[in-house]
Design a protein around this ligand. Structure first.
Ligand code: G6P
Length: 607
């Protein structure tokens, strides 16, 4: 969620630092700062609030320095304030750092440093590192040794960038459990916490692994482990450009991304069917697991990706006779999951960086389970930690509220289930029909997007409402959950989702005249049951928006939206698009900041 940029080269550093931070703004932040390096002293500016507030304080045209670091902070230790904002410096302003993550032993370190006479200016865990560097510089007499000695003393997670006037052209970058990417051109080297921050200068990047330090000098990068041993550099090419990350004609990234779903799904399915229309998944073929012994499958994720997991688990459980479980990563890692060599854990994460999900992957690895990740970001931490990774091809998702990542995750999860059927021998009925409908999904999504205006009119109903309820059974339930989450996230209307059959056990007490209930009934086997539950809410005065399939009779309802004819396993992929639009239009009617909802971050890299 915090953003980092760094630059050292033969041209001015500040323009790169600021534009890089702008590109990372979507991750969410509450303060911003930069340090520029001169030989005599460092200059640091930091301000609470938007990047534009910082820019107003900077005399941008008169900052000739060629080396510097920048940061956007999302508060964890210490409130959002100018003092707590990064960069943090040592007492005589000769060393400056920015940091993402949490220094877990900062209390002990701080007490120790204070006893030695160091005076702290902030409440942050990060500032400890600046003073520790200072201490180690005094001990060792050179910056390089001070950096290695300092990193060795840190516990917790960090992506760190360190500059100093002792080594004015060098940026030291260290990484443990927080993302950091470096790149270079002929006469510059730079870094950012997310590839979007680098794309203006290069598409060839080196994502750091845990336990690595990169030493950036103009035009060169040296890579070592924390002990200083030189390491091989594994560079990768980022296949999309900055333009893909622009809004392209829409008024928000969220709306653009909703409309990108036909393409995103098409790209995600590309190459997944062989010439016999069986699923191709070399990644799963490469997994070291004895398929005949497979006893259980866990689906694990956070937020929207967790809803995709509920969808997948519901489907898997319908077809497979293998035990399956779905858990939010934050519960999985602290619970008592049954993990062994006969367990497959599937982790889903758009960013590939969510701290809880990453920790859950590590736990499953430690316990000897097979781990497969589904993520959207090449080179992300989760992709590098799991045994194998399947990539959604959604392209960069900028809006905080996830849309195209969700639909592509479900599509890939269904492919995975089809592959698991082949590996373990369970049967998916009418497989060929399912394949044919999966191939039609981009077209189906294009059709559903044509209902945009109708959804826009319905959203009018919600703008004055305090609450909304989403209900559904079976595969409609995760769709209801995701619809409620989208509405909460972007429009701040309180929304809850329930299994339709659970309504009468409590939530129905909240239904009164004109309460909006969004009812999902796309699953023919349980649609009649859901209809009865809808009647129960109508009897209490609810206004119903019904989302159903092409066959279920619904003449009695005033507001009905139908998904095009498609296999029921796929109906939720189409239906959720209507709910995304519904949330978008409600937020727009209310004048909300659609792409950057309050209190939320795109990528949550702390627990
Ligand atoms: C944050 C985002 C959500 C996202 C969740 C998991 O809370 O705001 O949109 O679903 O993190 O993110 P991941 O990148 O792991 O899918």
């Amino acid at each position: 969620m915090c953003g980092i940029t760094g630059f050292t080269g033969k041209s001015r550093a500040l323009p790169f630092l600021l534009q890089g931070l702008e590109k990372l703004e979507y991750r969410g932040y509450d303060s911003a700062g930069v340090t520029l390096v001169g030989t005599e002293e460092l200059k640091t500016w930091k301000e609470k609030g938007r990047l534009s507030v910082l820019e107003e304080k900077l005399d941008i045209a008169h900052c000739p320095q060629r080396c510097g670091i920048g940061h956007t902070r999302w508060a964890t230790h210490g409130i959002p304030s100018n003092l707590n904002a990064h960069p943090h410096n040592n007492m005589d302003n000769t060393i400056s750092i920015v940091h993402n993550g949490i220094i877990e032993n900062y209390v002990e370190l701080r007490a120790d440093l204070e006893a030695k006479g160091f005076v702290f200016a902030s409440e942050t865990d990060t500032e400890t590192v600046a003073h520790l560097l200072d201490f180690n510089y005094r001990e060792t007499g050179n910056m390089r040794d001070a950096v290695y000695a300092t990193i060795a003393g840190l516990e917790g997670s960090f992506a760190l960038c360190i500059v100093s006037c002792y080594d004015p052209e060098t940026i030291y970058v260290a990484k443990k459990e927080n993302p950091m990417i470096v790149g270079k051109t002929g006469d510059a080297a730079f870094c950012a916490s997310d590839a979007t921050g680098l794309l203006s200068l290069t598409k060839d990047v080196l994502p750091l692994d845990d336990g690595q330090i990169a030493i950036l000098k103009p035009g060169s990068i040296e890579l070592t482990d924390f002990a200083g041993k030189a390491l091989e550099q594994n560079w990768i090419h980022i296949p999309y450009d900055m333009e893909a990350a622009q809004k392209g004609g829409y008024d928000s990234f969220m709306m653009k991304e909703i409309h990108e779903q036909p393409d995103a799904v098409r790209e995600t399915l590309r190459g997944r069917f062989d010439k016999n229309d069986r699923i191709r998944m070399d990644e799963i073929d490469a997994l070291e697991i004895s398929w005949e012994r497979l006893r259980r499958v866990y689906f694990i994720a956070c937020g929207t990706a967790y809803h995709a997991c509920i969808y997948a688990r519901t489907l898997f459980d319908r077809y497979a006779d293998i035990d399956s479980f779905v858990m939010p990563a934050s519960e999985f890692r602290y619970g008592t999951p049954k993990l062994d060599a006969d367990t497959l854990c599937v982790f889903v994460s758009q960013s590939g960086e969510t701290a809880d999900t990453l920790a859950a992957v590590k736990l499953a690895n430690e316990k000897g389970a097979a781990t497969a990740a589904i993520t959207n970001v090449l080179g992300s931490s989760i992709s590098r930690t799991a045994d194998v990774t399947l990539y959604t091809a959604a392209g960069p998702e900028i809006a905080v509220a996830s849309t195209k990542a969700y639909t592509t995750q479900i599509v890939l999860l269904i492919c995975l289930i089809m592959k698991l059927a082949e590996k373990t021998g369970f049967v998916i009925p009418d497989y060929a029909h399912l394949v044919a409908d999966m191939k039609r999904l981009p077209q189906i999504l294009t059709e559903i997007l044509k209902l945009e205006d109708t959804v826009g009119q319905l959203a009018d109903m919600l703008k004055e409402q305090r609450d909304a309820y989403f209900i559904g059974r079976q595969l409609d339930y995760p769709t209801a959950l995701e619809g409620a989450l989208k509405l909460k996230e972007v429009s701040y209307v309180h929304a809850d989702a329930y299994y339709a059959g659970e309504l009468k056990h409590g939530p129905i007490a909240l239904i009164e005249k004109d309460t909006v209930v969004v009812a999902m009934a796309t699953q023919p086997e349980v649609a009649a049951k859901t209809m009865s539950n809808i009647q129960e809410t109508i009897a209490r005065g609810a206004r119903i928006i019904l989302i159903t399939d092409s066959t279920i009779p619904a003449e009695r309802f005033e507001y009905v939206l139908r998904v095009p004819a498609v296999r029921e396993e796929l109906a939720g992929i189409a239906a959720v698009v209507l709910l995304q639009l519904f949330a978008y239009f409600t937020a727009k009617e209310k004048g909300c900041d659609i792409d950057k909802p309050r209190n939320l971050a795109k990528s949550v890299t702390v627990e």
